[in-house]
Write a protein that binds this ligand. Sequence first.
Ligand SMILES: [Zn+2]
Length: 256
Amino acid sequence: MSAEYTRSAFRWRDGKLTLAKMDAPLDIVWSRPLPGGSEPSTVTVSKDAAGRWFVSLLIEETITSLAPVERAVGVDAGITALATLSTGEKIVNPRHERRDRRRLAKAQRALARKEKGGGNRAKARLRVARVYARIADRRRDHLHKVTTRLVRENQVIAVEDLTVRNMVSNRSPARAISDAAWRELRSMLEYKAAWYGRTLVVVDRWFPSSKLCSTCGALRDKMPLNVRTWECPCGAVHDRDVNAARNVLAAGLAES
Ligand SMILES: [Zn+2]
């Protein structure tokens, strides 16, 4: 559920928000500081499935493009790592995510055991929603840091279009979280690249990024998922994900 308040329905004074018909300002825990001197034009109050209240403010701001840089990067989406860069760097999942995922699986199993319509089932469902909300919060925070850094450091960022993966993947909780993280990462890269004058290139989803040797260009027939490193007849030894990220970068640069 959510409610929207336009400018006449709230008061904003010294960083304190008071909604119409309320005597005192709301007691808000801010997720990030507001830009100095900014005035919200719309306020949205909502409650999530975990029973937490949120206030979001729409603020108009002028964003200046960053100075151009020479660097470009390819990004490969992972399951164990969040993403692998063409530079060889692996961006890991946020701290505690592995533990939170185990908790989520446990809460989901407990929910599955509860009888339909019972009070315990509602409680179990709320527990699942809370664990999921915590994972999502930590992940979003982490993704903001990662995407801001990628956009600052690089002029061109190449990513793979992974829509096809969703059709063939099994829907394990870990997998669903990885896919959601990737979609969120991509959408953040999209709007931040647009804000700061960078180019995001989305490489065709049929591009064989993991089967191609990034050194000599030879294409392999097969690349089973369990193969993490491999050697090409040309002598190059590849980390699977780094090689894929390099190919995504090359294809992205060719396209842009
Ligand atoms: Zn090769």
